[in-house]
Design a protein. Structure first.
Ligand code: PLP
Length: 471
């Protein structure tokens, strides 16, 4: 350190040593944030979140905010759960790290694998661990290709995904995803990944869905997969991947006909089905897994986020027996793995998280109580002059903003109405996310009815203010 360098700051949690302005200056100087326009951020200054409790977080100015997005769809058991904190602390003391390579394991990793197998549909007995949802979906590509190689069908390489899907941000996961803005940067998708359109009834209202009911449209959208398979040649298609409910795409709840028909099409052509449950897993839909809510029987399930409620990073792939038996009995060494595959601290937190979900019976609560209650409150928003459609599944929901409701007419894109609404939410103590003109929520699964009421009170205020500003 040179004589004129500023002294090093060594704050420890709860980091009370600096003002908001000081944090903002340090952040602007050094932190490149994910999915962020830094010039836009600099004009306003980053918001500094300093602590959380239950369904609330607080910022560095002391404002309490109802976190209706569970962090980033992950803090399912809410903030401040002692059992998870204790599990991490104990595991760190006992064994903070050991790898799962070279014929070793740790009790935490093996116990979590066993526990997940018991909580997953019968066709699953095995899990591969990694550090995130993106890594889980990258792993899917490697697993699928390896499986077809071992099966003597190495020509089956193509994975079909959907436009507006989100499967992560690595080169492969962003390619599997169907986000146009991501594909526009960095020459994506990589070869071997193709996309079909999404089962988004509202988005297709003036096109493919124009004269169809929702369920009819669901069948039509599923058949886009079959058309694609036939165009490529069924013997070249390896797998189809989809989120049961597209989360980051805007909480697109598919018609109930969609997934069963997708399943029939995959079965007919011998194609593997991958359910990306990074958002939908661990009770979000009111079932342990989204595929159980929508009637598909996937060969692979990817998960992350809710497995530890986001307290520490962990992801993984549940591998169905059809694939696992082939890979284990005929595949030899699978040349793939991560330093943090089966990280013992993450797995210990995962086990404690599953304990909380089970002890509080959160999955049943979402299915039978808070999910239906949220749907009821949401339905009342249809009276609002700016709401064109509402959709929900368990504790994830979308509100479609609309300029002219009877005509189902959209706002001009330059108004960025979703961002206007998001700002009103944030300023008023509510985190709600904007996906284009669609406002979405996915609150912690521990949310109570009273807190759902509070959330909708804040949503209504934000809608009123947005309406006043836009008209
Ligand atoms: N899959 C889905 C459905 C997601 O929503 C996400 C993240 O939001 C991912 C994968 C990627 O997970 P991660 O950000 O942990 O890499």
């Amino acid at each position: 350190m040179s004589a004129d360098s500023p002294p090093l700051r060594t704050e420890q949690p709860p980091f009370t040593g600096r003002t908001t302005k000081e944090w903002q200056a340090a952040d602007a100087a050094h932190f490149l944030h994910p999915f962020t326009d830094h010039q836009a951020l600099a004009t306003k200054g980053v918001r500094v979140i300093t602590r959380g409790e239950g369904v609330y977080v607080w910022d560095s100015d002391g404002q309490r905010i109802l976190d209706a997005m569970s962090g980033l769809w992950c803090v399912n058991v809410g903030y401040g759960q002692e059992a998870l904190i204790e599990a991490a602390t104990q595991q760190m003391r006992t064994l903070p790290y050991y790898n799962a390579f070279f014929q070793t394991t740790t009790p935490a990793a093996t116990a979590l694998a066993e526990r997940l197998a018991a909580r997953t549909p019968a066709q699953f007995r095995h899990v591969f661990f990694c550090g995130s949802g993106s890594e889980a979906n990258d792993t899917v590509i490697r697993l699928v290709r390896r499986y077809w190689d071992v099966m003597g069908q190495a020509q089956r390489k193509v994975i079909v995904s959907r436009l507006n899907a989100y499967h992560g941000s690595t080169m492969a996961a962003a390619s599997l995803g169907g986000m146009a803005a991501m594909h526009a940067q960095g020459d994506l998708p990589i070869p071997g990944i193709v996309h079909i359109d999404q089962p988004h009834y509202w988005a297709h209202r003036e096109g493919a869905a124009k004269d169809l009911g929702r369920e009819e449209f669901g069948l039509l959208a599923a058949h886009w997969l079959e058309e694609k398979i036939l165009a490529i040649g069924a013997d070249k298609v390896a797998a189809f991947i989809g989120e049961p409910v597209q989360g980051a795409g805007g909480v697109i709840v598919p018609p109930s006909t969609y997934w069963p028909e997708i399943q029939r099409i995959c079965d007919r052509h011998g194609i593997l089905l991958v359910s990306d449950e990074v958002v939908c897993g661990f009770g979000r839909t009111g079932r342990w897994w989204g595929c159980e809510a929508f009637g598909s029987k996937p060969d692979l399930i990817t998960f992350a986020k809710g497995v530890t409620s986001g307290y520490v990073p962990l992801g993984g792939v549940m591998v169905g027996e059809r694939m696992a038996r082939v890979l284990i009995e005929q595949g030899g060494e699978f040349e793939h793995g991560y330093t943090y595959s089966g990280h013992p601290v993450a797995c210990a937190v995962g086990l404690a998280n599953l304990d909380v979900i089970e002890r509080q019976d959160l999955v049943t609560r979402v299915r039978e109580d808070t999910g239906p209650y949220l749907a009821q409150q949401l339905a009342q928003l249809m009276e609002h002059p700016m709401v064109g459609e509402v959709q929900s599944c368990g504790l994830m929901a979308a509100v479609q903003l609309c300029r002219n409701v009877p005509l189902r007419e959209a706002f001009a894109p330059e108004i960025a109405i979703g961002m206007v609404c998001r700002k009103h939410c944030f300023d008023n103590g509510l985190v709600m996310r904007a996906v284009g003109d669609r406002m979405i929520v996915a609150p912690p699964l521990v949310i109570t009815r009273a807190q759902i009421d509070e959330m909708f009170g804040l949503v209504r205020q934000a809608l009123d203010r947005t309406h006043a500003e836009a008209h």
